[in-house]
Each structure stands twice: as C-alpha cells, then as structure tokens.
Ligand binder design. Structure first.
Ligand code: FPP
Length: 228
C-alpha cells in the first residue's frame, strides 16, 4: 500500500480558529497566527509524505482587510517571514510555491519577495504549495470570465483555463477547521465536485494525523460527479 492510496491529488484548507486558539490561552491574536504558521510548516511537510501533488491554503482573503490594521500587519509580517525562512526548505524538498488571488496588489516588498520565491521554486515538481493571498473566489471568477471573454468565448472550459488554479490538479478535498461550516468565498468553482470535510479542531492544533484522518475518510467516500 502506497501513501497515495487515498486517491487524492489536491487538498485545500481553510485554516480557521487561530484567534480562538489564542483566546483560550489568554494570548494576543498574533500568538494564534504564529502558532498557525507552525501548523502550516508541519502540514506542508506532511503533504509530500502523504503523496499529495498539491495543497492550497487560505492565508489571507480579500475580506480580511476589514480586520484591525495591526492584525493585518501582523499577518503580512508573518507571511513575509514564513517565505524568507522556509524558502530553502522548499527548494531542498522539491516544493513549488504558487500564490493565488490578487497578490500583485499587495505592498511592493511583499510582491518582490513572492516574485523571488516563485522564481526560485518554479522548477520544483514533487508538491505544489499554493497560498491564497488577497484571494476571493468571486473576484477570481470575474477575472477568469473577463480573460475568457477577451480570448473569444465564455464556456466552462475557457473560464476554468483562466482560473488562478488552472495549472493544478482538480480539487479533491476541501478541509475547514474550527467547526465553522461554510466556504467563505474560497475556491467556489473548484469545489463543484470536491469532497468537503469539517473538523472542530482549531487550526494551530491540526496535525498530520488529522490530515491523514481526512484523507482516510476521503478514500471511503463514493464520488459520483452527478452520475449514479
Ligand atoms: C483564521 O483564524 C486564520 C486566518 C485569517 C489567517 C490564516 C493565516 C495563517 C495560518 C498564518 C499565515 C499563513 C501562511 C501560509 C504562512 P481567525 O483569526 O479567523 O480565527 P478565529 O475565527 O478563531 O478568530
């Protein structure tokens, strides 16, 4: 039995619950986000070992700008530090970094950092790590539909070919932590036939064993894509 017998190629995660994790410990919210970054690190390492080709993580939504300025700055700072500190490891472990969403609208230093990271990992093949930054699925769909129209015809195929995830395998499994049961404008098109998995665990507490449990459940699901 090989690690990818679960059959999933692409898993996406809505990493929710950092704030509640911190609150339970009487810590500031930023401590929850820092613990969230640690969980990201561990889960990305596990993704390759579990035979996943791609993982997409919801790091910052286009709606997250509504949070207090201090928290937005904390999140951007953590993101920058994560890219800087983990880039060597991505390069060593054959992880290709990808960013989806309107990330070119972010601060110039963040954009430059991302450009460099994308460039350095572009030849990697084992696992693609897509980070959703300034991402909203409705915005992605509007951009994709406009691009499809500019190229000629709007069809499901031409929209799909212009999504931010166009070069990734189809989404198999979407996980949301922390007990919330909604998609929050994440990968709406890609979720059309994805299996959904919700867990009460808060994101900083989510471990490789939890990912494995989600994949085990995925393997037992009967995917019919509208057929019998
Ligand atoms: C949701 O928790 C989490 C976020 C809005 C940000 C997710 C970001 C990270 C895990 C860290 C950075 C990511 C990378 C890829 C380095 P919440 O704050 O909404 O929690 P709450 O609902 O309990 O308040």
């Amino acid at each position: 039995m090989t690690v990818s017998d679960h059959g999933a190629r692409h898993v996406a995660i809505i990493m929710d619950g950092n704030g509640r994790w911190a609150k339970k410990r009487l810590l500031p919210r930023v401590a929850g986000h820092k613990a969230g970054v640690e969980a990201v690190r561990t889960i990305v390492r596990a993704a390759g070992d579990l035979g996943l080709e791609a993982m997409t993580l919801y790091a910052f939504s286009s709606e997250n700008w509504k949070r207090p300025e201090e928290e937005v700055n904390d999140l951007m700072g953590l993101m920058k530090r994560f890219i800087l500190s983990d880039l060597d490891e991505f390069a060593a472990n054959d992880v290709k970094l990808k960013v989806i969403g309107d990330w070119r609208a972010l601060a110039p230093d963040v954009v430059a950092l991302i450009d460099n990271a994308l460039d350095r990992t572009s030849g990697n093949k084992r696992t693609t790590l897509a980070v959703a930054l300034n991402y909203g699925a409705q915005d992605e769909l509007v951009r994709a539909a406009k691009a499809a129209a500019a190229q000629g015809e709007i069809t499901a195929e031409t929209i799909e070919a212009n999504l931010d995830t166009a070069d990734m395998p189809p989404l198999d499994l979407l996980i949301r932590t922390s007990g919330e049961v909604r998609l929050s404008n994440f990968l709406l098109w890609q979720s059309a036939y994805a299996e959904l998995y919700f867990t009460d665990k808060l994101w900083p507490d989510f471990t490789p064993a939890d990912l494995k449990a989600a994949l085990d459940q995925f393997a037992r699901r009967d995917r019919r894509y509208g057929g019998l």
